[in-house]
Design a binder for this molecule. Structure first.
Ligand code: NAP
Length: 313
């Protein structure tokens, strides 16, 4: 028989790691399961400047997540790397079935976050890792001296475009409107950066190349006109980074919980519709998806899980 945990936290981003910290401090028998590296989406971020108190020069998403993980483990949280394939959430004992085993707990905190939304252009998948990327921190250095295009106009697109100027010859933001969605402070930096250009009212419709990405077709959404952008012959390659929003990672439990636009509905105490099941961070319905709000959700979810367990005992 598998061990029975008080709480299993699914996901090792800021929401899950903070839930771990609070559950651990409450001396709950806690297991945190993550299938990839810690940090979730912040692990893809080169620069974290808006987490309160964060003033460390050179702080990256990875370094911040590593400190969150160490803090959480200090309070006795067990960790498992596993890819959960099935979740049984409705019973009194919740069961998570992964490639590496079955895990059981009296409460579960879902902190599975969200993943990058595909750009939606033709051949996009064929060029992932060969010119198309969704992570500037991971792949930016491969585009040293090349021309790079960024799809999107939100905080991620503009921040990551700024980061990519460290490597690229030129970075062009392709945005479907004529105004950015990004915060004004981020926009100002981009407008002031001579290496950043803009293609307004445009979307990428096709990616092409014989082996690596060497051409993009862009459509002007106002005129319908198509423009083919080709890599300079001496480069032989260009980069396309997609930052057009995120899709919630809810496939595992979509049939068991009410969702709104794909995100898990919770009350303000992070309770889902199922007793003993909580959700925290980007996976849930909320108005602001930031590290600080994910961390806050994680803290609330853990405290509420503890209260739920006290009522059961
Ligand atoms: P986002 O705010 O949802 O922005 C997505 C961008 O992609 C928008 O500009 C949108 O255009 C565009 N877009 C969406 N679907 C598209 C499509 N099919 N084709 C072309 N363009 C498309 O996503 P995000 O920038 O990743 O940010 C997600 C959340 O994280 C936000 O709440 C953001 O504030 C937060 N965030 C914060 C920071 C920070 O504070 N430092 C950094 C990164 C992210 P429209 O504008 O026309 O809708």
């Amino acid at each position: 028989m598998s061990e029975l945990y008080d709480v299993i936290i699914l996901g090792g981003g800021p929401a899950g790691l903070t839930a771990g910290l609070y559950a651990g401090r409450s001396r709950l028998k806690t297991l945190l399961i993550e299938k990839n590296q810690d940090g979730g989406q912040i692990a893809l971020s080169a620069d974290v400047e808006n987490y309160p108190g964060q003033l460390l020069e050179g702080e990256t998403g990875v370094s911040l997540a590593a400190r969150m993980a160490a803090q959480c483990e200090r309070f006795g949280v067990e960790r498992k790397r596993d890819d959960i394939q099935k979740a049984e959430l409705s019973g009194e004992v919740k069961r998570l079935i992964g490639s590496g085993g079955t895990y059981e707990a009296r409460t579960v905190i879902l902190a599975t976050g969200a993943s990058p939304r595909p750009i939606g252009c033709e051949n996009e998948k064929d060029f992932i890792g060969r010119g198309v990327s969704y992570c500037a921190t991971c792949d930016g250095a491969f585009f040293r001296g090349l021309d790079v295009y960024v799809a999107g106009g939100g905080d991620s697109a503009v921040e990551e475009a700024l980061f990519l100027t460290r490597f690229a010859r030129k970075v062009t933001i392709i945005h479907r409107r004529d105004q950015l969605r990004a915060a004004k402070s981020i926009q100002e930096k981009a407008f002031a950066n001579p290496k950043i250009g803009f293609l307004w009212d445009s979307i990428v419709v096709k990616a092409e190349g014989s082996d690596v990405l060497d051409a993009l077709t862009v459509r002007n959404v106002k005129t319908g006109g198509l423009t083919v952008i080709k890599a300079a012959p001496e480069d032989g390659m260009l980069g396309l980074f997609g930052f057009v929003g995120y899709l919630p990672n809810t496939g595992l439990f979509a049939d068991q919980l009410p969702l709104e636009n794909g995100y898990v509905s919770t009350d303000t105490d992070m309770r889902t519709a199922l007793p003993g099941v909580f959700a925290a961070g980007d996976v849930r319905v909320k108005s602001l998806r930031q590290v600080v709000t994910a961390a806050a959700d994680g803290a609330i979810a853990a405290v509420q899980a503890e209260r739920y367990l006290m009522e059961l005992d």
